[in-house]
Structures are given as C-alpha cells and as structure tokens.
Design a protein. Sequence first.
Length: 293
Amino acid sequence: MTLRNTILKLLLNVLSSLPFWVLYLFSDFLAFFMSRIVNYRKETVYKNIRNSFPEKDSAEINKIVAQFYRNLADLIVELIKSQKLSEEELIKRVKINDTSIFEKLYKEKRSVIISLGHCGNWEWTGNRIAMFLEHNATAIYKPLSDKFFNNYMINQRQKFKGTLMIDYKKTYRILADLRDELLAVFMLADQSPARTEINYWTNFLNQKTPFYIGMEKIARALNYTVIYLDIQRQKRGFYVVDVKMIAEHAKATRQFEITNKYIHLLEKSILTNPDNWLWSHRRWKYNEEEPGY
C-alpha cells in the first residue's frame, strides 16, 4: 500500500469514528468550501437547475443550489460514516415504507431489478434493503479510476451482506449466466449515456434528455420484475423510501414502457424535493440536434 493510501485509510477510519453531530459540523464547512471557495461544478449546477425550472426566479434557484451543496456535503460525510455504521443505526435512519413486494417476489421465485436515481442517500438505501432481502443482492456499478476509492466503495456496499458487484460492461452476460438464481439487482439508471450509447431521447425536466435503455433490455430479456425506489430526505441523516412498481412481468411490456415509467417516477421524485438530486452531473452535455442524432 502506498503512503498516500495509508494516510487516506487512517484518515477515513478516524473520521468514521466521529459522532454524527461532529461530522455534520464538518459537512457545513465542506458545503461552504465546495460552493464558495472552489466553486465545485457550480456553473454546471446552476445551469442544470435553471434549465430544469424555468419558472423559478433567481431567489428560488439560489435556495435550491445552496441546499444541494449542503446535501452533497452531508452525503459525503454519511458515506464516510458508513464504515462504522451499525445495522441498528442504519435501520433507524432509513425507513422503508413497505417491504411486502420483496417478500411476494421471493415467494413467487421472481428476480427483480431495483432501480434508483441519484436522490437522497442511495448508498445507505441499497445497504438497508440488502439487509433484509432473501434474494441474492447484486449491484451494477461503474468502476472508479482510483483503485483505493473503488475498493473503498465496494467494501461499503458489501458491508451488511455479500452483495455481488458487477461491472456495468458485463451486466447482461453475468445476469444471463445467473438466470437460475433469485437475484435482486440494484441499478442507478439516471446517468448520462456515453455518446456512442445514446439511442433514446425523451423530455425530462423541461429538456430533451438521453437515457440508457439497458435496464429495460435486460429486464425484458430475462423477464425480471422492475421496481423503483423513491428516496426522500426527511431531515439531516434520515431518509424515507417508497417502493413503487414499474413492471411485474417485464417481458409483457412494450418497447420503452419500462424506461418511460422509470423516467416519470424519477422526475416526480426530483420535483417533490428539487435539492435532493445530484445536480453536479453533466446530465445534459449532449444535444439531440447535433449531427449524428
């Protein structure tokens, strides 16, 4: 292990041992630092929010931006705290309103795709649900270029259950090989597709937006059930999750039906609490009017 990684490991270990009230004091400073000192992706954040809410005035936009940076800083310290977070504490902080759909699908021997957006604390939510799943928990992820942080995030995601992590490039092949197992597959499906992977555009938050359709393709090919998690922040460090059905039998759906239902539910989640989404993503970096589209 390099000196840099050793220092990072020790620092993260110390920070994760601190009580929440201390971490949230640090989060306040971090939010100020990101938004006022280094201006972390501030131009992108403002542009995304203005274009998504053309009806809002400058004061309303500024309020969403300020709260977004606070939420982002909270998310960072909460991910660090995950290292020392107990099952009891996680249960207290992430409330799942109804778990009966998971029990029903397990009894019916049906695998399920659990779709999420970058809303609230999606990492805590994944861990919270994996804790009680009778299905084999599986998560699709895009490896980070930094090996230390890539391994760190994998360890956090496997903390309470041996969740199988699948590189997104190998998703279909591995899931097809595991078709005889009962799987619950976590998928974040609101990232911006690579230019070469764009094959579906729709209206989303008042803008023409490309979306991945890989989740739908996999669900229809393997006839998974597809559900959506609406993750809302109740207050600092506490989240409530509603489980919503997208498609009980994916093979019976029409083309783009699953994708459109996911987009509709994601948009509704964002409109409920606009600051709750990850606005720093360059979500609208491509234009449908550009040559090639």
